[in-house]
Design a protein around this ligand. Structure first.
Ligand code: PEP
Length: 257
């Protein structure tokens, strides 16, 4: 048993405009409230598209519903001639708590290397945002390097040079399990999340390793979440597809019921 508060994070990806986002957050908040959900026991956060953040910010009443929110990406730069990019400063000004960094769809679709991910982690920390660093291997990398090598190397590269005490979240998302319906076993998730925790201990130190939440992501649903959360080093889930249905996402957040 750990003292880490479980974290259920919903990555909407490029889905839901701001009106649809408002509807989802309202439904989610009331579903959780009606179920007497205790936000002190489990933290729930949503990661909408940039264009929804202002709407979600005005709706998410942290005191009342205990929901947090974050962005799906940020610029490694603070301001200036970077057309189309969004600064961490702007996200902080909208009260974002978190920002996803290095999601496999950005590593693959936008050529984000470990160096880019590292620079974005630095930018997030500079602006007081908690980076949710996504790591994970492709099917090919799994065959070539085994289970933990790639996520551990990506974790170390992302955290390099950060001072001890920097709050971060790491999400282990095997690329072959994202949006595919193929799900890692709880045993594999535990093995990799444990190896990631050891990598956090090496980079930030043992106290940070004990405090850092490490999530599993990849085809998580209300029917399989409990098996992951029973594992000692799995502290929650990053949920894609299933976070677009507020009833299902609320059921994931209530995995203990
Ligand atoms: C994700 O994109 O972070 C993810 C885990 O997606 P899904 O839950 O749809 O597999």
């Amino acid at each position: 048993a750990s003292t880490r508060r479980p974290f259920i994070a919903g990555n909407w990806k490029m889905n839901l405009d701001h009106l649809q986002g408002i509807a989802l957050v309202q439904k989610l908040a009331w579903t959780l409230k009606d179920a007497s959900f205790d936000p002190k026991a489990v933290e729930v956060a949503v990661f909408p598209p940039f264009t929804d953040l202002r709407s979600v910010q005005t709706l998410v009443d942290a005191e009342r519903f205990g929901l947090a929110f974050g962005a799906q990406d940020l610029s490694p730069h603070d301001a200036g001639a970077y057309t189309g990019d969004v600064s961490g400063a702007f996200l902080k000004a909208l009260s974002c708590t978190y920002v996803l960094i290095g999601h496999s769809e950005r590593r693959q679709g936008h050529g984000e290397t470990d160096e880019v991910v590292h620079a974005k982690v630095q930018a997030a920390v500079r602006h007081g945002l908690v980076p949710v660093i996504c790591v994970g291997e492709t099917e090919e990398e799994l065959e070539q390097h085994g289970t933990s090598a790639v996520p551990v190397a990506q974790t170390k590269a992302a955290l390099a040079g950060l001072p001890a005490g920097t709050p971060v979240v790491v999400a282990y998302e095997p690329v072959w399990a994202i949006g595919t319906g193929k799900v890692a076993t709880p045993e594999t998730a535990q093995e990799v999340c444990g190896a990631i925790r050891a990598a956090v201990a090496e980079t930030l130190g043992p106290d940070d390793a004990a405090a850092t939440r490490i999530l599993y992501g990849g085809s998580v649903k209300s029917g399989n979440i409990a098996g992951f959360l029973r594992k000692g080093d799995v502290d929650g889930a990053l949920v894609g597809g299933a976070s677009l249905d507020p009833t299902e996402f609320a059921a994931i957040a209530r995995f203990q019921d």
